[in-house]
Design a protein around this ligand. Structure first.
Ligand SMILES: Cc1cc2nc3c(=O)[nH]c(=O)nc-3n(C[C@H](O)[C@H](O)[C@H](O)COP(=O)(O)OP(=O)(O)OC[C@H]3O[C@@H](n4cnc5c(N)ncnc54)[C@H](O)[C@@H]3O)c2cc1C
Length: 399
């Protein structure tokens, strides 16, 4: 049964994260927006301590858990992004690379690569799919993996890797790199490979300067005859073909969480809007014809935010109950990406100069919003997934 009450176990954790968001994130948000790519070394260990106080943020549900893993993460990520969307991406947690290992790795690979996240030191991981010629269309990936004796040799360039610098340079983490064994095979030739920090032949050659989420580093990786052990191909021991499918399942788990973080930014903007217009005493519950324009806008934005949040909860709940949630995850991502862009844009519009002034964070939230409609599948791509799921079409039939 879905309950509309937040379980007490989640409420407690969310309250602790809210305190940390207020105390550690909000005060630092402007500084790291203005100092892109500066690593927040003061914030990272302090946030690590907070997260560890309730068991950290494990990427996969622990055995014998309480069945609330993804729902708990959704509430926590929403709250962290409410604190600051860029610093949320610098919070020490597994990240996308670890989520890929959890989804596609064998038990041995999970132990080998995920144990580091249980230690005292902050560690990061990242996932490198995108290339200059391959974004939404992953079949166009050109990074190659060639077997040479007991190793894979990787060659290629990956762009826009979130947390790539933190995973490879700042901490002893890893990046999961998608590469093809044979470009002629299209998607079937693509497999995920774990490249650990310090591996010769893998270097960070650039860090982007971006519109928003500037506290989060976004790296370009160069792989030049980069050698990794055969066992670093995820799922290798179990299946030669299963890697790609396995990593696609990563997105079913992570899209609801990205959607949750989008809604954290949206909530920050909505609260700021509400507080600022409070002296005008906006009313609610009236027929639309008797509302002022501001009241109508507020009511619409609240409804948009709440409906998107319900989709997130449904997608996370489905994941907790081990139900296939591809449809719900894509729907939540579409709706939340749309909601955060619309809510931040409307808040800026309704507040005029206050919305644009750097004395407040609203203009930053407006800039932080758009990426939610881009990474982990753009709005259009997630709509395609929804359509395929609803109409029963394959990728080939509808793309
Ligand atoms: C800040 C940031 C962080 C990122 N982090 C990561 C990361 O950690 N790892 C990683 O691998 N990538 C990452 N990315 C890359 C991101 O996932 C890609 O930008 C995204 O997948 C889109 O790919 P693209 O930019 O090549 O656009 P394209 O795929 O070229 O798309 C361009 C436009 O066309 C639309 N489009 C494409 N195909 C279709 C279609 N079939 N039907 C309808 N519309 C379509 C898209 O929706 C988009 O609007 C990040 C990007 C940003 C901006």
């Amino acid at each position: 049964m879905i309950s509309f009450q937040v379980p007490p176990a989640i409420r407690q954790v969310a309250a602790a994260v809210e305190r940390a968001a207020r105390e550690l994130m909000r005060p630092a948000a402007r500084h790291f927006d203005e100092h892109e790519n500066e690593v927040p070394w003061d914030y990272i260990p302090r946030m690590q301590q907070v997260l560890r106080s309730f068991g950290g943020l494990p990427v996969a549900p622990p055995p014998g858990g309480d069945g609330l893993h993804y729902q708990r993460l959704a509430h926590i990520y929403e709250m962290l992004a409410w604190g600051d969307a860029g610093l949320y991406l610098c919070a020490p947690r597994g990240g996308l690379g670890a989520a890929a290992v959890a989804a596609a790795g064998t038990p041995q690979q999970q132990e080998q690569f995920l144990a580091r996240f249980r230690g005292e030191q902050p560690v990061f991981s990242a996932m490198a799919i995108t290339e200059a010629h391959a974004g939404s269309d992953t079949s166009a990936i050109r990074t190659t993996a060639v077997q040479d004796g007991g190793e894979w040799v990787l060659n290629g360039e990956k762009i826009f890797v979130t947390g790539g610098h933190k995973a490879l340079v700042d901490t002893p983490g890893f990046v999961v790199v998608w590469a093809t064994l044979d470009p002629a095979l299209g998607r079937r030739g693509i497999h995920p490979f774990v490249v650990e920090a310090g591996t010769p032949g893998c270097s960070v050659v650039k860090q982007e300067k971006k519109l928003g989420i500037r506290a989060s580093d976004t790296a370009t990786l160069l792989l030049q005859d980069c050698r990794v052990p055969l066992d670093n191909r995820l799922g290798y021991a179990e299946s030669a073909e299963g890697g790609y499918q396995g990593v696609l399942q990563t997105f079913d788990a992570t899209r609801p969480l990205v959607a949750a973080s989008a809604l954290g930014v949206a909530r920050a903007a909505l609260e700021f809007l509400r507080e600022t217009v409070e002296p005008l005493r906006p009313r609610s519950g009236l027929p639309r014809s008797r509302m002022t324009n501001l009241e109508r806008e507020l009511a619409d934005l609240e409804a948009l935010h709440r409906s998107a949040w319900l989709l997130v909860l449904k997608a996370a709940w489905s994941a907790d109950h081990r139900r296939r949630n591809t449809l719900e995850a894509a729907m939540a991502k579409v709706r939340a990406g749309e909601a955060v862009v619309r809510i931040t844009q409307k808040a800026v519009e309704l507040l005029g100069p206050l919305g644009l002034s750097q004395e407040h964070l609203l203009e930053k939230w407006f800039r932080d919003a758009k990426v939610n409609d881009l990474y982990e599948g753009t709005g259009q791509i997630n709509r395609l997934i929804v359509a395929r799921q609803l109409l029963g079409y394959s990728r080939r039939q509808l793309s």
